[in-house]
Design a protein around this ligand. Structure first.
Ligand code: ACO
Length: 333
């Protein structure tokens, strides 16, 4: 990695951000259908499908979150024809890693045999957009040849499997991209409304003999209806903002890559964004459920490998979730 200041002195025509040159993904082997959940939860396939669009999810048995992250990273490197020694930084978004320390990114680095700085970001389902923006800032500073970004989650580790209102919605998986310098990251928009009543995932209880406060279970707590309202109103707003910042119109969009939480939320956004054909809203949540920070890179990999994105296509990635947070970014393929 070169020193950023050195780069500033040598060139003023260097790329301002990045271009995506490869994608990868990895999910655990075990598939759990809605029907499987009815064995121990008071729920039904019909309820889950009609309220969320989810039909099944992949759930870890022996795999760890870092196994998924490493699998996605390897696939992305292969897809980008990149070797680990070319990677100058690894960024990972996760809220469900097996360690608070070391970072997920550091575990990936060790497994790949890369030698570069590594850090994790935590912004729940919006984490992926923060990764993209952070990566863009590093590329703008200069001195980075290639960067590896990973969104990886094992939500099954932090779900309350006795709570039917949350357990049926999530799944495990990881997605990754490799970036090189380019001008393809066009704009971003971020909003946080600090709130731990609507969505909260407390950390593990400590064993301090002096601590007196009530300790909440270190599992997902979510008010579904409030989250739903937040998502439906924020998703189109963030898309409008990034289009405005880039001086573009809804008509210019080729693909909308929304966070995969609920098909009804995506359909509601689609109804509001009349200039984007409904089938250009990418959806795969029926297979994976909500994989939090992994959901957007999982979609990117699926659409990329299916050859659906064409060079120069305009993509908007948009997410919402814990924080409460919402964000969008605009990328040229
Ligand atoms: N099976 C059967 N019935 C259920 C289930 C279930 N799995 N879960 C809840 N119900 C019941 C409720 O108890 C309620 O029953 P009642 O009327 O007798 O009280 C009824 O179904 C309706 O519940 P609602 O909460 O009103 O259902 P709604 O239509 O709002 O759908 C859902 C719930 C799917 C959770 C929806 O609100 C939603 O998708 N919210 C957004 C979640 C989200 O996007 N999260 C992303 C962020 S997560 C993160 O950042 C970590």
């Amino acid at each position: 990695m070169q020193d950023g200041n050195q780069m500033n002195e040598t060139t003023n025509t260097r790329p301002r951000s990045f271009k995506i040159i490869g994608t990868g993904s990895c999910v655990p082997e075990k598939v759990v259908t809605n029907e499987d959940l009815t064995v121990f939860l008071d729920t039904s396939d019909e309820w889950i499908r009609s309220r969320s669009g989810i039909e099944q999810r992949h759930i870890c048995t022996t795999e760890t979150t870092s196994d998924l992250a490493i699998g996605a990273a390897r696939n992305a490197l292969e897809n980008a024809h990149t070797t680990p020694d070319e990677i100058d930084m690894i960024l990972c978004a996760t809220i469900s890693g097996e360690y608070v320390c070391p970072s997920m990114a550091a575990l990936v680095q060790r497994s790949l045999g890369a030698q570069c700085p590594c850090v994790d970001l935590s912004a729940a389902c919006t984490g992926w957009i923060y990764l993209m923006d952070t990566a863009s800032a590093f590329f703008a500073r200069g001195g980075i040849r290639k960067m590896l970004l990973i969104g990886a989650e094992s939500m099954s580790r932090i779900l309350n499997w006795h709570d039917r209102s949350t357990a049926v919605l999530f799944g495990d998986g990881a997605g990754a991209v490799v970036l090189e310098p380019g001008d393809n990251y066009l704009a971003s928009s971020f909003v946080t409304e600090g709130n731990d009543e609507v969505i909260a995932i407390p950390t593990k209880n400590g064993i301090s003999p002096w601590y007196l406060n009530e300790q909440k279970l270190p599992l997902v707590h979510m008010d579904g209806q409030e989250t739903y309202k937040f998502a439906v109103s924020n998703l189109p707003k963030r898309v409008d903002e990034v289009l405005q910042k880039a001086g573009l119109q809804e008509e210019d969009l080729d693909w909308v890559i929304p966070h995969q939480a609920n098909k009804r939320i995506i359909d509601s956004a689609s109804r509001r964004m009349k200039h984007v054909p409904a089938d250009h809203f990418c959806v795969n949540l029926q297979k994976y459920g909500n994989t939090s920070a992994a959901s957007i890179p999982l979609l990117l990999d699926e659409w990329n490998r299916a050859g659906r994105f064409k060079e120069n296509d305009l993509l908007v990635m948009v997410a919402f979730g814990g924080g409460l947070s919402s964000a969008a970014c605009l990328v040229r393929w």
